[in-house]
Design a protein around this ligand. Structure first.
Ligand code: NDP
Length: 458
């Protein structure tokens, strides 16, 4: 280990590169076995079922997932599905297409800062235009002006939600299929294309790492725009629905909107940081991201707002302030730990963290072109506290945004349950990837920072 003020040639820094053969194994799985295909198929079926079931439980079973599941058990699958069919509508489908096209236009025309992402397994360094904040502002201004001027009802999204959900779902499947075809026949970068030998696994996990059309990055667009820009808009629309049906907006709905808005604005304000996170640097663009961004995110991440609009939860001002404070605390941990690592990498370790020179390890790795590169792994500050302190902040925030719905029903807690499971899985997946990338050096790093999330607990 070394500090910013010493030289780079430490014992750990001199460890052998991870891979001495010409086959680079880090990055997305290169070959899928039957188990991978079955798992992918399971996820492709399970995830949409869960999202649609949530909506059915919310609107047909008094917001209770348990009552919905009990009905499913009683009636059997076919009868349950027949009784609870979701209805597509022409207006919602058209609206969804218009929304998608509007975001695509904003992505192409709006100015924004330029940044460079992280080196890919194929050895590429790609540039990005991060105009997400501008897209968010323009979109929300249009919504505000359009509603105030009476062009549309501010609860328009909430009132068409079922039709939008069906349209989003279909678009997710279609996009994943198109991305798979593009990956096979027209890849943007051969270096970072992976075909596993399983059509199902490729559909789920994606073939291309950074597919682009006319220089525009499809993954950055999909991850951010139709999903995350929509997030706060959907929340606002459900708040408007609550106002129209209840006569006022509850503290719980206000706290939820504040916390989500902080998180989303932070995301766009720091969009260049996002290009160096796992979504962009590691995950290929398949069903997981395409359907996830178009459907899962807008549906599941706004479930608390949907729930509060149908089943208002009343808190006192003090209780609401308590939940808000907890959520903001989670946000501060999330932001400061992510910023710490980002700044540390940008300054190549030459900075002070919590009042002392940063301590870190210098690790080597190889890319597909056979070149050797170096990365620094921070071992002080939040990153000395645990190996995924940024996830800790996210989990606290997730808890707070679900707590606004109270503890009567499990349904609005779906987001926290998802984040907990997802980040657990992600920690393990990321650590496997880092082990493949850095080899023995990663084990050494884990000895220096022994805990994943919380010292002495996990
Ligand atoms: P990270 O941003 O934590 O990225 C992990 C990568 O960081 C590793 O693969 C490694 O990449 C690098 N790294 C690991 N340890 C160190 C270290 N000590 N020093 C420097 N670099 C290190 O992961 P995510 O992309 O998953 O998360 C980013 C944030 O986004 C998190 O706060 C997470 O909670 C949040 N998030 C939120 C989601 C949501 O839906 N709300 C979804 C996903 C993430 P390498 O060395 O190869 O550069």
């Amino acid at each position: 280990m070394e500090t910013a003020s010493t030289t780079m040639s430490t014992p750990l820094g001199l460890l052998a590169p991870v891979i001495s053969s010409d086959k680079v194994i880090w990055g997305r799985k290169a070959e899928a076995v039957t188990k991978d295909s079955l798992k992918s198929l399971f996820m492709v079926l399970l995830a949409p079922t869960w999202v649609l079931l949530n909506w059915v439980a919310l609107t047909r079973y008094e917001g209770s997932l348990i009552t919905a599941l009990a009905a499913l058990w009683r009636q059997g699958l076919i009868d349950f599905l027949q009784a609870n069919q979701l209805q597509p509508t022409f207006a919602a489908s058209l609206g969804y297409l218009a929304w998608f096209a509007f975001q695509a236009v904003l992505y192409v025309v709006l100015p924004g800062p330029k940044c460079v992402g992280q080196r890919t397994p194929g050895g590429l360094l790609l540039g990005y235009v991060t105009n997400g904040l501008n897209a968010w502002v323009v979109t929300h201004l249009c919504y505000l002006i359009g509603s105030l001027a009476g062009f549309f009802d501010p609860s328009i999204i909430a009132r068409h939600w079922e039709g939008l959900l069906v349209a989003a779902n279909c678009s997710g499947f279609v996009l994943a299929f198109l991305f798979q075809l593009k990956g096979y026949y027209q890849p943007s970068f051969q270096e970072d294309r992976k075909m596993s030998g399983s059509l199902v696994f490729d559909f789920w996990a994606g073939v291309e790492l950074n597919p682009r059309i006319a220089g525009l990055d499809l993954k950055l667009f999909l991850n951010g725009r139709p999903g995350i820009v929509a997030w706060t808009l959907i929340d606002l629309s459900w708040a408007a629905y609550q106002y129209q049906t209840l006569g006022y907006v509850t503290y719980s709905m206000i706290v939820l909107n504040i916390l989500h808005m902080v998180y989303v604005l932070d995301f766009f304000y720091n969009e260049s940081w996002y290009t160096r996170t796992i979504d962009i640097t590691h995950d290929h663009l398949g069903f997981m991201l395409a359907w996830g961004d178009t459907t899962f995110l807008p549906a599941l991440y706004t479930l608390q707002a949907q729930y509060l609009a149908y089943y208002p939860v009343h808190f006192t001002g003090t209780e609401a302030a308590g939940i808000l404070t907890l959520g903001l605390l989670g946000y501060i941990i999330f932001r400061t730990s992510n910023a710490q690592r980002d700044e540390f990498r940008a300054k190549h370790g030459e900075l002070n963290i919590w009042g002392s020179p940063a301590s870190y390890m210098k690790c080597s790795y190889q890319t597909l072109d056979g070149k050797l590169h170096y990365s620094l792994l921070l071992t002080s500050g939040w990153w000395g506290f645990s190996r995924h302190s940024n996830y800790l902040g996210d989990l606290i925030l997730s808890f707070a945004v679900c707590a606004v719905c109270g503890f009567d029903n499990v349904l609005p807690w779906a987001y926290f349950i998802f984040m907990f499971t997802f980040l657990q899985h992600r920690m393990r997946r990321d650590e496997r990837r880092c082990l493949n990338k850095y080899g023995e050096q990663w084990h050494k790093y884990c000895e220096v920072v022994p805990y994943r999330l919380l010292p002495y607990i996990y």
